[in-house]
Write a protein that binds this ligand. Structure first.
Ligand SMILES: NC(=O)C1=CN([C@@H]2O[C@H](COP(=O)(O)OP(=O)(O)OC[C@H]3O[C@@H](n4cnc5c(N)ncnc54)[C@H](O)[C@@H]3O)[C@@H](O)[C@H]2O)C=CC1
Ligand SMILES: [Mg+2]
Length: 353
């Protein structure tokens, strides 16, 4: 966003700043690429790295006043910690690369789940919190790094063996892949593509409840992409499957990595149905209920603090996910009318029927 606004300024100074920001970004991406490709460089990078710590997939966090942080510790503190718990320094090689700072300080994540939790917490002066709680407490940058870190740690934990030979697989130092030494098969960390769709009939938008949602919460309709589907096909199928409506047109909004319960790539879209054919027919195997809401109702739900909304204060009997969820962003776009629907005729990949 900063880069975009600097571009709009259009002055010579802003072009220079734009170039500097952009080149820093390229340098960082090239550096991360090297770390992923070359174990020797990655091993050296541990020495200048910062480490996020986890305990059985729960991130280490600290509270500072009102703020929650996911602190990173440097390699000498990490070595001291391992020594104190009588662990070998080789444990550092179990770390995963999760990113780097503006000045190319690499960030790693390490799970210390085999050590004693309360002793670790008092040594580090903080606590290991479930990601479902930490996610909504942390600021954007920490939240995104911690989510990525947990997704990587979980994927490696679940993919220790080769599905062809049954032999143990070995991770590269950055954790960007695992290799089976006997078959040579390479496995890469994966996330599942999911569409999340805010359906509108022009004047109202459709929100749904799954039985597993917290009481009173409604969200946008969602569903996993089936193998072989385009995004448009998934949107159309999910809307038909879950609420029995036919999508006329749609547009892409944005995407988000969603770590719960496993790693998903949430692909957010707006979709339009014909107001003459807007009668909902809920698939009870998938949803508890689905309902049309007015612009005013959604606007009020968005304004409410999730904590207050859970207690159902005010005139509304429902609440919506907090700002960290992409469903919230779709609703914001809808109430402000800041999305642009692509007409069916101009959508190249629209399925032929
Ligand atoms: N960030 C956000 O704002 C939101 C995120 N989500 C996430 O979207 C994901 C999918 O949403 P649903 O409506 O439940 O999907 P869905 O409508 O496709 O139904 C889930 C069912 O699909 C099947 N399925 C197919 N492929 C699967 C896969 N790769 N992993 C797991 N199950 C698979 C299973 O039978 C599962 O019970 C959920 O993980 C949820 O956490 C959902 C709503 C809002
Ligand atoms: Mg669904």
């Amino acid at each position: 966003m900063l880069i975009a606004s600097l571009c709009r300024m259009g002055s010579r100074r802003s072009s220079y700043l734009y170039y500097r920001l952009n080149s820093t970004y390229i340098r960082r991406m090239r550096y991360l690429f090297e770390l992923k490709e070359d174990d020797d460089i990655c091993k050296q990078a541990y020495n200048s790295g910062s480490f996020f710590l986890f305990y059985k997939l729960s991130p280490f966090v600290q509270q500072e006043g009102e703020m929650w942080l996911a602190p990173r510790i440097n390699v000498s503190d990490l070595k001291r910690l391992l020594k104190k718990f009588k662990e070998s320094e080789e444990r550092i090689e179990e770390s995963m690369l999760v990113g780097c700072s503006e000045v190319c300080t690499p960030y790693f994540a390490l799970d210390l789940g085999s050590l004693e939790k309360s002793a670790l917490e008092s040594e580090l002066n903080g606590s290991f919190r479930e990601l479902r709680k930490a996610f909504f407490l942390l600021e954007e940058e920490d939240r995104s790094l911690i989510s990525k870190a947990q997704a990587l740690l979980r994927w490696h934990d679940n993919n220790r063996y080769c599905s062809k030979t049954g032999q143990p697989t070995v991770k590269n130092l950055a954790g960007s892949k695992r290799v089976c030494p006997s078959s040579g098969a390479i496995y890469y960390p994966q996330m599942a593509p999911v569409v999340i769709i805010l359906v509108t009939d022009g004047s109202r938008c459709l929100l749904v409840r799954q039985a597993s949602f917290p009481k009173g919460m409604y969200s946008a309709l969602s569903g996993f992409c089936d193998v072989g589907e385009t995004l448009e096909e998934t949107v159309r199928r999910e809307v038909a499957e879950e609420v029995g409506l036919e999508v006329d047109s749609l547009c892409y909004s944005s995407s988000q990595h969603w770590p719960f319960p496993n790693s998903s790539l949430m692909i957010a879209c707006h979709a339009v149905v014909d107001p003459q054919r807007s009668m909902i027919n809920v698939n009870k195997q998938e949803l508890e209920t689905a309902q049309w809401f007015s612009n005013e109702e959604v606007e009020e739900a968005l304004r409410m603090e999730p904590k207050l909304s859970k207690e159902q204060t005010g005139s509304l009997s429902f609440w919506v996910p907090p700002k960290q969820a992409i469903a919230h962003q779709l609703m914001q776009e809808w109430v402000k009318n800041t999305f642009h629907i692509v007409q069916k005729s101009s959508c190249q990949s629209w399925p032929q029927i």
